[in-house]
Design a protein. Structure first.
Length: 346
């Protein structure tokens, strides 16, 4: 007897595809947040509430009891006890693929964005989570290759969007060339094409221009991106070049992408240094999009309006992230989604 079993080749899901949970890695006194711990904890609490009211939330923390007390009686949260260096779950979390057998949990090496910061504890979180049984799926060690979740965008159909500046940055995967890095990405994620953005940056960014600060897929044929219209802004020339390059990109069907611009946040400074405030650092959830706001009413509202065009069926919810950018990241950077069938609900 012949059984018609549909073979699903391995693929990297798009963020908008069905999710089983979101991960946050909680701030504590031994992180770089120590000098402003109360302020950033308030931001994380707001994030946790918005996530947990909609879908399961996993919080990685060295002190689950204290974190639970901070959140009160909030339900739909699983606490995972683990030592951590910092809070950037997007970059130390699993990158998950799917095939006909279920999830494949890819554990890439995180080295503090090119050895800029300590990452020895964060680099062990994935393995410990898998060993604990909190996550389901086949574990795959990719620890011979440095890759952060914030540096890649998938359309779920075999196209990857990334930046040349980040993936070829020093102290990541030297001496690999761009061509060898692309070959590794194509092989690892079973890709059909890699789109390399050669332009765009944000002042104050430690990541060497992660794609999730600049341009994001919102569907297989739509890219949401940061647009700068102020020719006196230091980002103007680079972001104009980025916009022009985005216009040259083509879908797998050979068609140009629908491009939806997001406003450039007004400059925010701390100790004379400009901070990397960006509206592109949003999180797509099953029924909502959480996006960062910066106490800039006009820009915040315009960003929401544009995101509604990109995600017409989802609720668009702003969360003040002025605290997060003081450590040079934002909302998407501190979250990591797990696709369907990964979270082992007990």
């Amino acid at each position: 007897m012949i059984h018609n079993t549909k073979v699903i080749p391995p693929f990297l899901p798009a963020e908008w595809q069905e999710q089983s949970a979101i991960q946050l890695t909680w701030p504590h006194p031994n992180t770089d947040w120590a000098y402003m711990l109360d302020e950033v904890t308030d931001c994380f609490k707001n994030l946790a509430r918005e996530i947990a009211t909609r879908q399961p939330l996993i919080i990685v923390t060295p002190d689950p009891e204290k974190t639970r007390q901070q959140l009160g009686n909030l339900e739909n949260i699983t606490y995972f006890k683990c030592s951590t260096n910092d809070t950037w779950a997007r970059d130390h979390g699993f990158i998950t693929m799917l095939d006909e057998n279920g999830p494949i949990l890819l554990d890439f090496r995180f080295n503090g964005w090119g050895q800029k910061f300590a990452s020895n504890l964060d680099n062990q979180i994935c393995r410990k989570m898998k060993e604990s049984g909190i996550l389901k799926g086949k574990y795959k060690s990719c620890l011979d290759f440095v890759l952060e979740g914030g540096s890649i965008e998938s359309d779920g159909c075999g196209t990857l969007l990334t930046t040349t500046t980040c993936l070829t940055a020093p102290n990541r995967n030297e001496p690999l060339t761009k061509e060898l890095i692309e070959a590794r990405l194509i092989n690892e994620f079973n890709l059909k094409q890699v789109l390399w953005l050669d332009y765009g940056y944000l002042a104050g960014d430690d990541t060497d221009s992660h794609i999730d600060t600049l341009a994001r897929f919102s569907s297989v044929n739509t890219i949401v991106y940061v647009q700068c219209n102020n020719d006196r802004d230091e980002h103007f020339d680079e972001l104009i070049k980025m916009e022009e390059q985005l216009k040259t990109f083509r879908t797998l069907k050979g068609e140009p992408y629908r491009l939806i611009p997001l406003p450039m946040a007004d400059p925010i400074y701390e100790d004379g240094e400009r901070l990397p405030a960006t509206y592109a650092n949003f999180l797509i959830m099953n029924e909502a999009v959480l996006y960062p706001t910066y106490n800039q009413p006009n820009n915040d509202a315009k960003a929401a309006e544009q995101l509604k065009k990109a995600f017409p069926t989802r609720n668009i919810i702003g969360i003040n992230c002025e605290a997060l950018i003081r450590q040079h990241g934002s909302l998407h950077c501190v979250t990591m989604q797990f696709p369907k069938d990964v979270f082992n609900i007990k």
